[in-house]
Design a protein around this ligand. Sequence first.
Ligand code: PEP
Ligand code: MG
Length: 583
Amino acid sequence: MTLELQGIGVSRGIAIGKAHILFHNQPDVREYLVPVFSVEQEVDRLLNAIEQAREQLKAIRNHIPANAPTDVSSFIDTHLLMLNDSSLTTVPIEMIRTRHCNAEWAMQLQRDALINVFNEMDDPYLKTRQDDIDHVVNRIHRILADEDVMGDEILDDRLTGHIIIAEDLTPADTVLMQHQGIAAFVTEHGGATSHTTILARSLGIPAIIGIESVRRYIQDNELLIIDGETGTLIAGADEATIAEYQQRLISFEQHIASLSRYKSQPTKTKDDKAIKLLANAELPDDISTISNAGAEGIGLYRTEFLYMNRTSPPEEEEQLAAYRDVVESMNNSPVTIRTFDLGADKTVDGGRSTGPTVTNPALGLRAIRLCLKQPNMFRTQLRAILRASAYGKIKIMFPMISSQQELLQAKFLLTRCKQELKNEGLAYDPHIEVGVMIEIPASAVCAEIFAKQVDFLSIGTNDLIQYTLAIDRIDDHVNYLYDPLHPAVLRLIHATLEAGKKHNIPVSMCGEMAGDPRYTRLLLAMGLEHFSMHPNALLEIKQVINETDLTQLPRNTLQIMNMADPFDADILLEKINSPIHKH
Ligand code: PEP
Ligand code: MG
């Protein structure tokens, strides 16, 4: 029987593959290598998890009602005894030390070995002890998983070609997927501009979000079809449907290939207005796609990936190597490095700030706020960026600036770092350009204040829309309110562009809106000249730009900023975009 489920398509492409379902209550155990210098830390992780498991079990035992059957408490006691047994403690610890594997994997290997031993026993009672081993190991795995720390080197290729079905995925999970060759992912929750979906687009993985309870309807290893554009998931498809989607997959690939003719063309409108097309980089692997797509530089280099899936923040030398690598591979094209925007949905694994749960993380200690709160971590990054600027054209950009004070503090720290480097005789570009992201309504309204004090502005529409319309970008319940055409959003964008014009500094846009062909002409009409987007979108946007004659756009184009009714705005947008071919 064919089952068709509908969600929100957030990353284009067709995938046909088997389902791999992730359940939180059965942690997905992955293997990765632990660097030699972190081995003892990994042993401590396991010891802590075992200690926590012990505490949990003791707490459960203390809450057993007095009239409960004695079996219940002896069951708990057995588990407590197992936690003291060397086969579940000493042996996995030895494995971490000798094989340099992660704690989860060591537990899993020892679990499998013990289950094999029990399987060979004839005694039916002892055979039932297998379940106890699984319960105890599962508890430890869950505790380890809650720490949300993964390895930087995944060796597990079980997921290759699979379609991941999960309740939700963090950006850190998504980063790990790039090495596992997964075909697509589907989640029950999430938002179209969450960092997880941005990463999916960057990795070119088709993705659907917001299919409620999808894990209940799909079975592990079932063949699925995913359309990441329409948001359709099909299970149990007949042969004709599979053939149809295979054909669509070929057409999609042909369409992408056909765009390559734009690669060597300059980016300019039919009426000769030159436009700068820049790329957003999320991951080191993006650099080759960026060079292939003919971007004129990197308009947003997100540095957070350097901090994810590890136990301590990257040192200056490691960061320097990463930034130097990117600027050198861009052959003198400018690279705009954004200082870390950790917090909210991108947890600070590095800082391991496992403090109290925050009710509104998007409004909390994030981005520049966290940078200024952790000046040492910030300083390390600023020094690395400055030192990399000796190897090519680097610009520095601060995220989530909301007030002049924040900008002044950040600039002050930057000046101090420059002074330090000078004293140490280390090279850097003394004229490095500094810009701020305009992604908070307050900054857009006051864009002129910032325009006077920086070299460039960059509009981050993902957050600007989130904060203007008060919709959490990772909450699927309010997804329907996400609207780049809302007059408030458009007016803030326009105000920022005008501020840049007045003070004669460039304004770029690096949010997802810049890479969505539906808005390209409107943004051109509003005066945007620098577009920065995930590299997979570059050629399509170039196609729209090169097929646009600004003098031919409807006269009332900018009236869209006054249209309170989304229906009217959509009709005008259609007019603006005709006859652009829609894919
Ligand atoms: C934005 O907010 O639009 C942006 C580009 O930054 P990020 O998506 O990383 O928050
Ligand atoms: Mg942002």
